[in-house]
Design a protein around this ligand. Structure first.
Ligand code: NAG
Ligand code: NAG
Ligand code: NAG
Length: 207
């Protein structure tokens, strides 16, 4: 945690009016949008974002994430961060399949779109917050916390059915919990650390 605070300190301190900056959380999030046109035709697009800045594009042919920034990448080469890549890969292929396979049971009507958002938020001096949500046709369907998927109050019986299925996989839930609570903040802080100089130029072009 001390390391993290140092990173944030280095990131925000130079400049006069940093009081407000300290209160601003920083997020890292991965977004997958799957569009289902009919039973046999589906497209997925993925991306990853550090706040408003896109850091990764997703190659939907190979399933690989491509880092878009010109920062040194040495910091990302540890074991945990490689596991993150594998986790992304299994989620990105697994999620759309679940919706494809349960189309009639969940009364999904073609064409439809499913969005998956996974990420975490760093709050200066506080514990980070992890989140994961799935939306159907732009409305929140289910969300994840405390290692369990929960139906959105407006999601009806479809949301309950989706939760029931997703919650059957305890191992996946544990992995995702670990990802959003442990790995994601680590990844976010290493991104900030590696990109510090570049980000400061972006935030304060005159400095
Ligand atoms: C599915 O949609 C695509 C694109 O609109 C179309 O080319 C294809 O023929 C459709 N397939 C079926 C089985 O309807
Ligand atoms: C991949 O994404 C592109 C748009 O970025 C889209 O045109 C293409 O159909 C997608 N392919 C698959 C297999 O989803
Ligand atoms: C999280 O889940 C555990 C086990 O199901 C439960 O004991 C605990 O009270 C939950 N925590 C919160 C904040 O709901």
């Amino acid at each position: 945690m001390l390391f993290l605070q140092l990173v944030l300190l280095v990131f925000f301190l130079p400049g006069g009016d940093s009081e407000d900056d300290f209160q601003e959380p920083i997020s890292f999030q991965i977004i997958l949008i799957s569009s289902f046109y009919n039973h046999s035709w589906m497209q997925s697009q993925g991306s990853a974002w550090l706040d408003e800045l896109q850091t990764h594009a997703w190659n939907n042919k190979t399933g690989a994430f491509i880092f878009l920034q010109r920062w040194p990448k040495g910091k990302f080469c540890n074991k945990e961060l490689m596991e993150v890549d594998e986790l992304f890969l299994s989620y990105y292929t697994g999620f759309p399949l679940k919706f494809h396979d349960h189309g009639s049971q969940w009364q999904l009507e073609y064409p439809f779109q499913v969005q998956l958002i996974i990420g975490c938020e760093l709050h200066f001096g506080e514990a980070s917050v992890g989140f994961m949500r799935i939306a159907y046709q732009g409305s929140e369907l289910v969300s994840f916390w405390n290692m369990t998927w929960w139906p959105s109050p407006t999601g009806g019986s479809r949301a309950q059915q989706v939760c029931r299925l997703l919650n059957q996989d305890h191992e996946d839930n544990e992995l995702m919990h670990m990802f959003i609570i442990d790995y994601c903040p680590l990844y976010l802080s290493s991104l900030l650390d590696a990109g510090k100089a570049d980000l400061q130029r972006k935030v304060r072009p005159e400095a």
